[in-house]
Design a protein around this ligand. Sequence first.
Ligand code: 8YV
Length: 333
Amino acid sequence: AENRPRVWVSQPLFDDIVERLGEYFEVDATREVTAWSPAQVAEKLRGADGALVTLNERIGAEAIAGAATLRAIANVGVGYNNLDVAALKARGIVATNTPDVLTETTADMAFALLMAAARRITEGERWLREGRWTQWSFDTLLGGDVHGSTLGILGMGRIGQGIARRGAHGFGMRVLYHNRSRLPDGIESNCRAAYVDFDTLLAESDHLVLVLPYSPATHHVIDSAALAKMKPTATLTNIARGGLVDEDALADALAGGWLSSAALDVFEGEPAVNPKLLALRNVVLTPHAGSASLATRRAMATLAVDNMIAALGRGPQAGNPPTPITGKATAKR
Ligand code: 8YV
């Protein structure tokens, strides 16, 4: 066992899946959910050959500075803004993520949130639990329609396309999207989605969903100027990364009636949530749970384990991890 590569697993995943790493590696598996400090991450990486990490762990130049033997980072998640891909690349460290396996589950969540915002589901439940339902009335908690409305998607990667298909095929929505580049005709027609510029997307969407990767280029892409271009009857759903939205500006728009409602699964300072948002009734808040179905979380852990085994040159796919991160950090995925 002396010369076996060492792999750190930063958070508890599924024991039976993580166990597979033990066939090839000395595994340092974290047994309890842990808020690792940057210094602790650096310490864990020192002496490791590989690490499975989550969005909780920031893997940048400082984290890997003392990690002379580190060869592979397997990110458990499709978004990898927690990784400094350039710094890893410069050191020849292979980085992988978990695309595809979470696409449909996350698209489901986007729709759940969009519908909850439009139809005021969580607001209604809170109202009921507060004992305020004393008599049925015609005009209680009136919301906006989903079916037949215009769905706007910002960021048309795999998850965006899943949301588009749900909207077009399931709810008869008109689907507009904006993306760094236009999709091939075949994909556009499959999703029944039309490419528009950013301002048109903002102006015409009844329900806008954010599915962009987060990077300096997309920081606060939804700011007060963008919000001002949206319909006052519109909803905004964010299932991507909190930093895409200026939360103070969003809270002002929701409080001021310039935006009907929002649904947020991700937050700029998560797990802390902006108190201005917490104070509002017309926002649905969930704890970064877009990919949180049991089957999908198991598939993500399995893929991360497969990536690690292959990246460290073991197993049937030795040297060829199934889902390496290849492009720039901002690449459309
Ligand atoms: C993960 C996510 O739970 O895949 C992503 O980008 O945000 C979530 O599915 C998270 O990344 C865990 O690290």
